[in-house]
Design a protein around this ligand. Structure first.
Ligand code: GAR
Length: 197
């Protein structure tokens, strides 16, 4: 059976593009919708250009009422009956209720080698700590922020003179390899962690 995948974004959507483009041929999943919490998310046009339906559930009118925002998000998702939810640069913290509903079926990509550097500004923090390597992690989403079971990690070297931006670009290139690889495995029922390189 082909798994139906919904992808949640907030911004440029480069990981979403990598995921959508990977779901072709004998891939066990297909993208059914891309949802953004911002109407100006640049990824929306990229999804539409690929023939994937797009939706916007703007968080701002809910004025911090996370439960109401998530009810609207869930209702929109229900229209597409997804099996798997991929967070791809989706910059809203989700409540335990929403996460529990998707337990085992929601993935996230985070720009650090978890458990190091949960939260924001991961690359600046890794550089400030003098790390020799950085990377990214795909994990199951659980109610504890950035702490769910790890499904894959990719490592990149930190280079002399790196800035957060240069490091982010090097990590992102690996995100675009890692996330599709993990999604393919998860859609096929394989949750053994992937390690790159
Ligand atoms: C990605 O680098 C992803 O790792 C990060 O946001 C970026 C989104 O880029 N996610 C987080 O920081 C989650 N806490 P994209 O929109 O081009 O995929």
């Amino acid at each position: 059976m082909t798994a139906r995948v919904a992808i949640l974004i907030s911004g440029s959507g480069s990981n979403m593009v990598a995921l959508v483009d990977s779901m072709a041929g004998d891939h066990p999943a297909r993208p059914v919708v891309v949802v953004a919490n911002r109407p100006d998310a640049a990824g929306l046009d990229k999804a539409a250009a690929r023939g994937v339906p797009t939706e916007v559930v703007d968080h701002r009118p809910f004025r911090g009422d996370r439960a109401a925002f998530e009810a609207a998000l869930q209702a929109r998702l229900d229209d597409y009956a997804p099996d798997i939810l991929c967070l791809a640069g989706f910059m809203r913290v989700l409540t335990g209720d929403f996460v529990s509903r998707w337990r085992g079926r929601m993935l996230n990509i985070h720009p650090s080698l978890l458990p190091k550097y949960r939260g924001l500004d991961t690359h600046a923090r890794a550089l400030a700590e003098g790390e020799a390597e950085a990377g990214c992690t795909v994990h199951e989403v659980t109610p504890e922020l950035d702490q769910g079971p790890i499904l894959g990690q990719a490592r990149v070297p930190v280079r002399p003179g790196d800035t957060p931006e240069r490091l982010a670009a090097r990590v992102q290139a690996q995100e675009h390899v890692l996330y599709p690889m993990v999604l393919r495995r998860v859609a096929a029922g394989d949750r053994r962690p992937v390690h790159l390189p």
